[in-house]
Every structure is written in C-alpha cells, then in structure tokens.
Design a binder for this molecule. Structure first.
Ligand SMILES: NC(=O)c1ccc[n+]([C@@H]2O[C@H](COP(=O)([O-])OP(=O)(O)OC[C@H]3O[C@@H](n4cnc5c(N)ncnc54)[C@H](OP(=O)(O)O)[C@@H]3O)[C@@H](O)[C@H]2O)c1
Length: 460
C-alpha cells in the first residue's frame, strides 16, 4: 500500500525512512513534497533512474550512503528539464548524477526531482532515458577506471597491448560494463564471477574466459604468487582484491571500484614494492567535474551499440525497488536495472504448491512455460514463508531458501524453457515426513511456491 506524502497529486517516489521502532524501511509514497521540497535545483521529470549498489545500501538505511532520513534513493537519473538550467533550455534531455543525489538530498527514484545545477549534463541524443540509465554511474565509473589505468600503466608495458585483464564481480552492473568496455578496447578479459549462470552472457559481452573467485585464491601463505594479470578492474574489494593483488604482473595496474564483498583489504606492501603494482582508487560520485562528465557521456553512448543486445537490463516500477535492493545486497542480481517511475506493475500468480514428486530428500515439480507473455514481462519464482532448502531450476542453482525474510523471490525469466523442472533438496523438515512418496503437495515447511508474472505498464 502506498503512503501519501502531502500535496502534488501524481508525483510518486520510493521513500526510505526510520520507523518509530528504530528500523529503516522503504515504500512507495505519493505527493510532491518528499521528491522536491527543500531542494533548490531546477525541476526535472525523471524518465529512468539507474539502480546502483549504492542505491541498495541507501534502501537499507546504510549510514555511509543514506546520510539523511527520510531519503529518496537514486544517485543518477535521466529525464527532461522542465525549467531552463545549466545552459540548457526547458525541454532538454538530460542526465543527472552524483552531487549528493540519493545520499544527502532526494534522488532519482521519483517521478520528479530538483538536482543541483552541477549534476546536470546533456543526454546524448542517441540514448533514450532508459538506455542512458542502463549505463548510468556504473558506465561512467568504468570509463574513469579505464582512463586511470591507461595513465598508470608504465610506457611500453604489455598492459597497453597484450596479457590478461581481470574483472571481478563480473555479473554485476559495473562488472558487465567493464568486461564489455575492456573487450571493446581489444583486451583479453577474464571475468571472475561466483555465478555459473552468468557465463554465457559474460562471454557474449567479450570475456575470453570466466573463473570462480575460489580459483584465484592461490597459496594463502604467500604474499606473492605467479604474476598473471596485467590489469584488473575490481568491484568486490575485501579478500578477493587482496588475492588478486598477489597475482598482478610487474608494472600491472589495478582499479579499486567497489566493496560488494567487503571493505577490509588484508594485503602486504610486496605487490607494490617488489612488482611496482599500482592500485588506483576510483570515485565517480564526487571526483569528475561537470565538464568531465559531459565529455564522458558521448563515449558511453558510443559503447552502447556493443552492449545493447547482450547486457541484461531489468526494468522496474517503483513498487519493485525494495525487492531489487535486497537482491543486490545478496549479490544475486545479474547485470543492470533501471527504475521507470511512471511504470505500474501488474502481477499474475500461478500456484505451484501441488503436484510435487518426492524421492527421499528431493522434491521435484514440473511445469510448462506460462503463455501469453508480452515483451518486457518477467517471471519470478516466489516462496512465501520460505523454509530451508537448496533450489535448482532446469539444472541451474538458485539462491538457497531460508533465512528470516518472509518472502524469497528470484527472477527466472532467462532460465525458463517450454518444459521446466524445479527441485528442492533438504533434510526432511520436522513434521513433514508423512512417508508419502509420489505426487504430493509440497510440505508447508518449505513455504508456498508460485510463479509470478510481472508486467509493467508505462503511464503516458
Ligand atoms: N567507486 C565508484 O565510484 C563506484 C561506482 C559505482 C559502483 N561502485 C561500487 O562497485 C561495486 C559494484 O557495483 P554494482 O552496481 O556493479 O553492484 P552489483 O550489480 O550488485 O554487482 C556486485 C557484484 O559483486 C559480486 N560480489 C562478490 N561478493 C559479493 C558479496 N559478498 N555480496 C554481494 N556481491 C558480491 C557479485 O558478482 P559475482 O556474483 O559475479 O561475483 C555481484 O553481482 C559496489 O561496491 C558499488 O558500491 C563504486
């Protein structure tokens, strides 16, 4: 149920606020005040907003991102200027990024926002608002990293021409864009991902090979291992970045972009003093000036044709923000997502509770592909009140059921075939071992499974 925020009929946003019990929660709010009050920038109609890891942190109330509450998350957006500003006329197509949006002031998860003038740059005419936000801050970050790495690579070093480049967190938004940009620049790219299901799309984006982070551990007792990488774009941080640093070639360069896997960096000085490795920090939110961002957008637009048929980009309505934020924080999301504030969601549910086949500790359910799907519809596998079990669909592992959340949900659109097999494996939950085998209802202890067909209608 959406909440009314006061005034401004027709304006909607995703609002994160602290409840009286001290917890932080978000939901759709209606009314102008939350979106634009207290902000002195020109009014922008938001047609799309990028969904970045930082936005997921803001949705959870992370104090490092949500510097003020209540807050509308969304560190970037694309839309139309409704008032002349930044040397642009009313009606101009613009993108707005950084400058406190979605952190210290209302961000892009709203139908309207008032960004500071410094955040506004023209949108390249060849990019729609949705396409611009499929690239978004993630794309800007990748270009900044490529530029920094090129500057930091010693003259004559093979990083300019040959050798292997590594991208970590490769199935994420920044990771996929980094794979595509490096491959487009002629580099041999090794994509590091925990998700076996991401391999086909990573190869299609240009990765020469895909490795699991476990394969990069090397001998944990050694401060240096065989030098393999001439360059690295790291979005994960933590122990993975430390492992990677030990395996960078002499003169190699590493861009530290993210912390999806942790903020600690348990390393030594040896990669730096014995191999001359350079570690570059990238900060897309505050460092690039307005002029630099304006110069980066045409380069991003030039990258788009290489990606547009391959990069997974989910389109979300405001109502879906909370669910996507949770998936990002779990590390489950694939590729990019774009919030379209004018989109409305329609859900149609197909109950999967009956007709399970049981054999020992494995329950199996067959079902056909739902019919009548429209382009852009997505299909989610949902368990209300999930119990504990491992889940596979058509042989692919999905995130395990369980935990404290009242609902488990996973986008399975790309995994579905005409005939599908869903399997759950678990020790028999207490009270479930009726001894019944054959076609049975799924024991309640596993939760209530359903397929949810999600359609989005964009308001004119
Ligand atoms: N410095 C900057 O200016 C800047 C700009 C944009 C983003 N960032 C940062 O870059 C990172 C990636 O951003 P993004 O938008 O690409 O996020 P994302 O789409 O959520 O991707 C993050 C990826 O990291 C990997 N990962 C590894 N360990 C993880 C863990 N314990 N939990 C969650 N994910 C884990 C996952 O990929 P696999 O499953 O494939 O391993 C995941 O898909 C974030 O930390 C973000 O804050 C920084």
């Amino acid at each position: 149920m959406s909440k009314r925020v006061d005034g401004g009929a027709g304006m909607r946003c995703w609002l994160v606020e602290r409840r009286p019990d001290g917890t932080v929660a978000g939901g759709v709010a209606e009314g102008a005040a939350a979106a634009v009050a207290g902000c002195d920038g020109p009014l922008v109609r938001v047609e799309a907003a990028g969904f970045n890891y930082k936005d997921a942190l803001a949705c959870s109330g992370h104090p490092g991102v949500a510097r003020t509450l209540p807050l509308i998350p969304g560190i970037d957006a694309a839309g139309t200027l409704l008032e002349a500003a930044a040397g642009l006329p009313a009606g101009a197509a613009v993108v707005v990024t950084g400058n406190g949006l979605g952190e210290t002031r209302p961000g892009g998860f709203a139908t309207h926002l008032r960004p500071p003038v410094e955040a506004i740059v023209p949108r390249p005419p060849m990019l729609s608002a949705r396409e611009a936000m499929a690239l978004g801050t993630a794309g800007l970050t990748v270009l900044l990293a490529l530029d920094r790495l090129a500057q930091a690579t010693p003259p004559g070093h093979c990083g300019h021409t040959a050798g292997e480049w590594l991208v970590t967190g490769a199935s994420g938004g920044v990771g996929m864009l980094a794979v595509a940009a490096l491959a487009g620049a002629g580099r041999t790219v090794v994509a590091c991902s925990r998700k076996p299901t991401a391999e086909p799309v990573l190869r299609a984006l240009g990765a020469a090979s895909v490795v699991h982070p476990d394969a990069l551990r090397g001998d944990p007792g050694k401060p240096l291992v065989r030098g393999r990488w001439v360059g690295v774009i790291d979005t994960v941080g933590g122990t993975l970045l430390a492992d990677v640093l030990r395996a960078v070639q002499p003169g190699g360069v590493v861009a530290a972009i993210g912390m999806a896997g942790g903020v600690e960096l348990p390393t030594t000085v040896y990669p730096f003093i014995l191999r001359g490795v350079t570690l570059c920090g990238i900060d897309a939110a505050t460092l690039p000036t307005q002029a630099e961002r304006a110069a980066l957008w045409p380069r991003l637009a030039a990258l788009w044709p290489r990606l547009c048929d391959t990069l997974p980009v989910a389109t979300l309505a405001l109502e879906e923000v909370g669910e996507w934020a949770a998936a990002l924080l779990r590390g489950d999301a694939l590729g990019r997502a774009v919030v379209v504030p004018s989109a409305r969601v329609h859900r149609h549910t197909i109950n999967l509770a009956g007709a399970w086949e049981r054999s020992e500790r494995v329950w199996c359910r067959q079902f056909g592909r739902p019919s009548g799907l429209e382009p852009g519809d997505s299909i989610r596998l949902v368990f209300a009140m999930p119990g504990n079990a491992t889940v596979m669909l058509n042989g692919a592992s999905l995130p395990a059921l369980g935990g404290d959340a009242p609902r488990w949900s996973h986008d399975v659109t790309a995994l579905l075939r005409d005939r599908n097999e869903l399997t759950l494996a678990a020790d028999v939950p207490p009270g479930a071992d009726s001894g019944a085998f054959g076609r049975v209802a799924l024991p309640e202890q596993f939760g209530h499974p359903a397929l949810e067909i999600v359609s989005r209608v964009v308001d004119p």
